[in-house]
Ligand binder design. Sequence first.
Ligand code: ATP
Ligand code: MG
Length: 414
Amino acid sequence: MSSLQPVRGTHDLLPDDSRRHRAVEEAAFAVARRYGFGEIITPIFEFTEVFSRTLGDTSDVVTKEMYSFQDRGGESITLRPEGTAGVARAFISGGLTQNLPLKLFYRGPMFRYERPQKGRQRQFHQIGVELLGVEGPQADIEVIAMGLDVLDALGLKDRVRLELNSLGDAESRATYRQALVAYLSARKDRLSPDSLERLERNPLRVLDSKDEGDKAVVAEAPLLGDYLNEPSRAFFQAVQEGLTAVGVPFILNPKLVRGLDYYSHTAFEFTTTALGAQGTVLAGGRYDGLIGQMGGPATCGIGWAAGVERLSLLLGEVPDPTRPLAVIPMGEAAATEALKLCMRLRRAGFAVEMGYSGNLKKRLARANKMGARAALILGEDELARAVVAVRDLDSGEQQDVALSTLENALGCYR
Ligand code: ATP
Ligand code: MG
């Protein structure tokens, strides 16, 4: 360990990165607002139970990935690995159960002890939405369409595809589970140790395995879609028809299961081929069992979460929209006046950079590099005449402007 290194899997976001990061968050929230979602900000840690009870004690997140510790009061605390459990906890403990339907947007850091690689960190960030209290497939359609609108707002619509599946209701899953267990049990010798354990405790999760041997076995496994009962089939049909009606293209992926235990019916992922193995950028589904399972009143829900870092990787450069004015004092006498001028213009609402050192040519070059709209040159000659030489850095035109009327004259640079 070197205490001056960032912890493995964590990153500092420098201004170019954080601008991209904020652009993703802001674009997502702007879209969510148009769908009537408000922001919820929950704590980044919760009692460990909030996650172990909801994510299920066989999920990868709970068994291998949680950052848990005992606090000084002896409580077991976990840094949140995902957003839904905390939102559900807030829904129950905050007495929001009468406020249905409830539409919530969240953003913020998540923590998972994973093997770091491109698009996979130990501290990463998600944006996400939860729609609580709507039973019908309209909720699924709107929430998925909103996901596509977010990706569209980021200019990524054509670089992703939507994969869709149904996990059916509890009855359908129970029937399927039997068929799957029978199939997998006959092929135990080909399964990874992890999947052997999943087979005992939560066989559906074997479908989600990333192990190559497991994948080969899973390729021939019975499909959940063939075991959906009539209501589940009708629900899935309605979701598909609705998506088509609102112009959201999708492909069916009968192998798509979500990594977490509380999902039912609709499961979906927006994926890209541009990020190597970490191809899922936005993923979600319906979780009708979650809130009841946590001890709240039975309440259905659907939502999604997207990885901000993965979206940022796809986004490329996001230029800084602020084009400042560069104040360039020449000579000792102008230094204090220039400082005063900077302050005066900032207080009047302009973005202003001070050119600190170097000759005029150097300072102009620096002003150009930072994308300044204009340079305000203040030398002894200008001071004596109570003017500033304003050089438009796009056109190269330069003119003297009286100090007293400067704000007006600079109006076009605001
Ligand atoms: P994966 O299969 O990639 O591990 P997951 O099923 O664990 O994904 P979710 O819990 O559904 O992921 O989280 C939603 C989204 O959050 C993912 O699609 C991804 O974009 C992002 N995400 C998840 N884990 C990480 C991580 N460790 N680092 C960066 N982004 C992540
Ligand atoms: Mg994962």
